[in-house]
Design a protein around this ligand. Structure first.
Ligand code: UN1
Length: 513
């Protein structure tokens, strides 16, 4: 049996002491309890990582706050050059890092590589941006005065990320934060701790080669208790958190209480509207990849198909047929489309959701279930399910992080589909499949999709890094990645400068002495 090059990959990434002792990685001050990382792929122990204690955390923050003082002095384009070197290193290590992501998290190798590619892409974007952190100038109402705004670094940025994108989400945040002059403290997912260590090793080497303090990039390890050290810490002006709505509600209120800023990327309940003119050649791969990619564990995963009654049978049959072609198995083996869920808790949640859907009157079209036998020993491999349902079902209203796709019928005009699409608490991603210009534009208008992402003739997942990524309502309102998302990593300062010999007051106020 082949290990698909995993041993070599771990070696190349410096994720050491496998199965024996702890994987320390650089700048990991952690001395606390041990987290064991088991692969959902084969149930094997990959490595152990120590959690961060309160005392360790204080050391990390000392390193971060000290590094911030010198990092903000480095001109932005030079900070961009460090990010450029980092992205070159990621290019060199795309294969081993992609493999580690696939092995520790369980997504297909193609998607593991795709995730590293997202890191490279956002770094390239950040490098260009490092010469464009532009403010504006405004005309002053007073003679001999000018007004402008500047963007300054905000300070240490706290990053909390989830298991499903264990490396890319960190890079979306860090690459921008670094060029903005911030330093970062990252709590990766305790379900993928070796990915965190591997990333830290990569940036640590670049920083060392450039004689820069490693405190520019810090990691802390553990569960929500470790995250809480950051969310309550006034030295961390911005917390960027990706995860469940439940987590986001706690993080958001905790950070708001101390008037910190938070950038929240929370749950989605993403739908594709399939209209009578939809092209099945586009619909089928778009919907199926959206629903089963990353085993349904993307925040952008397609959870609902809202299908016009006139094409319902045809679309249903095509999608059900395509599910018959899917291969489930070791995600490192590129002939498989789908790997395992992250862990057994997640399997149980998936099974319970199917039962709930049935209990509410859902009709199972493609049955789910846990796979057993050779190759499935980890107990985390499940069959993607399709269930005919109604939008108001409690379980349909809920985000289940698993490959369960609900088929919902609509009749009449596209507005009826939009009401259903918007009729959930979450607002991340959405799509419409149509060849009717008017339908597409309605869907994109203010009266259309209420999501942060609205697509036409592509699915809900797989966004490029160039656009701002995030959503409304219970998705949390944050935007990261492209467009002007960089602004959240900086503080804005408005300047008014008087180059005259007088002191006229604004609003024409007279104040004679
Ligand atoms: C996530 O699931 O948390 O749009 C991020 C996508 C990816 C990112 C998903 N580019 O599906």
């Amino acid at each position: 049996a082949t290990d698909f090059g995993i041993k070599d990959a771990l070696q190349q990434l410096g994720v050491k002491d496998i199965n024996n002792g702890t994987s320390t990685g650089s700048n990991n001050f952690s001395t606390g309890e041990i987290i064991e990382s088991y692969s959902p792929v084969d149930g094997q122990l990959i490595g152990k990582v120590k959690t961060t204690t309160r005392a360790d955390y204080d050391k990390v923050m000392d390193a971060a706050t000290t590094a911030y003082q010198s990092w903000r002095d480095v001109p932005a384009p030079q900070r961009g050059d460090i990010v450029r070197q980092f992205s070159n290193k990621l290019r060199d290590l795309k294969e081993p890092l992609g493999k580690l992501v696939s092995y520790e998290m369980g997504k297909s190798l193609q998607e593991g590589y795709g995730e590293v590619q997202e890191m490279i892409d956002i770094c390239d974007f950040a490098v260009g941006l490092s010469r464009q952190l532009n403010g504006q100038t405004m005309p002053s109402e007073r003679p001999g005065h000018v007004m402008r705004e500047q963007w300054h670094p905000i300070g240490p940025v706290g990053i909390i990320s989830a298991f499903n994108f264990p490396v890319a989400v960190w890079a979306w945040n860090t690459s921008l934060a670094w060029i903005c002059g911030d330093v970062c403290v990252w709590k990766g997912s305790e379900k993928a701790p070796l990915c965190t260590i591997a990333c830290q090793n990569i940036i640590a080497e670049i920083l060392k080669e450039n004689n820069l303090p490693e405190g520019i990039s810090c990691i802390i390890n553990g569960d929500h208790k470790v995250g809480e050290m950051m969310t309550t810490d006034h030295r961390v002006p911005l917390i960027s958190a990706t995860g469940s709505t439940r987590m986001g509600r706690i993080v958001g209120t905790t950070v708001a209480e101390r008037f910190g800023k938070s950038l929240l990327e929370l749950g989605g309940n993403n739908a594709i509207i399939i209209t009578p003119t939809a092209d099945l050649k586009v619909v089928v791969p778009g919907a199926v990849f959206g629903a089963v990619g990353t085993c349904g564990q993307r925040c952008t995963s397609t959870r609902r198909l809202i299908i016009h009654e006139s094409v319902y049978d045809k679309v249903r049959d095509a999608i059900v047929g395509a599910y018959g072609q899917l291969t489930i198995g070791n995600p490192l083996d590129e002939k498989n489309h789908i790997g395992p869920l992250i862990d057994k808790d997640s399997v149980n949640t998936y099974l319970a959701a199917i039962e709930k859907a049935k209990a509410e009157g859902g009709k199972v079209l493609v049955d789910g279930g846990v796979l057993e036998g050779k190759g499935f020993e980890s107990g985390c491999y499940v069959k993607p399910a399709i269930i005919e349902a109604e939008n108001h079902f409690k379980i349909v209203q809920h985000e289940t992080f698993a490959p369960i796709l609900y088929l919902i019928k609509y009749s009449g005009e596209v507005e009826n589909a939009i009401v259903k699409q918007n009729g959930v608490a979450q607002g991340l991603s959405s799509a419409i499949m149509t060849n009717e210009l008017k339908e597409a534009e309605k869907f994109l208008s203010y009266a259309g999709s209420d999501c942060g992402i609205a697509n036409v003739n592509i699915g809900t997942s797989g966004a490029e890094i160039g656009g701002a990524f995030g959503g409304e309502k219970e998705t949390g309102g944050g935007r990261e990645s492209g467009s002007d998302a960089w602004k959240v990593y900086m503080r804005r300062q408005t300047n008014t400068i008087n180059y005259s010999d007088e002191l006229p007051l604004a609003q024409g106020i007279k104040f004679d002495l």
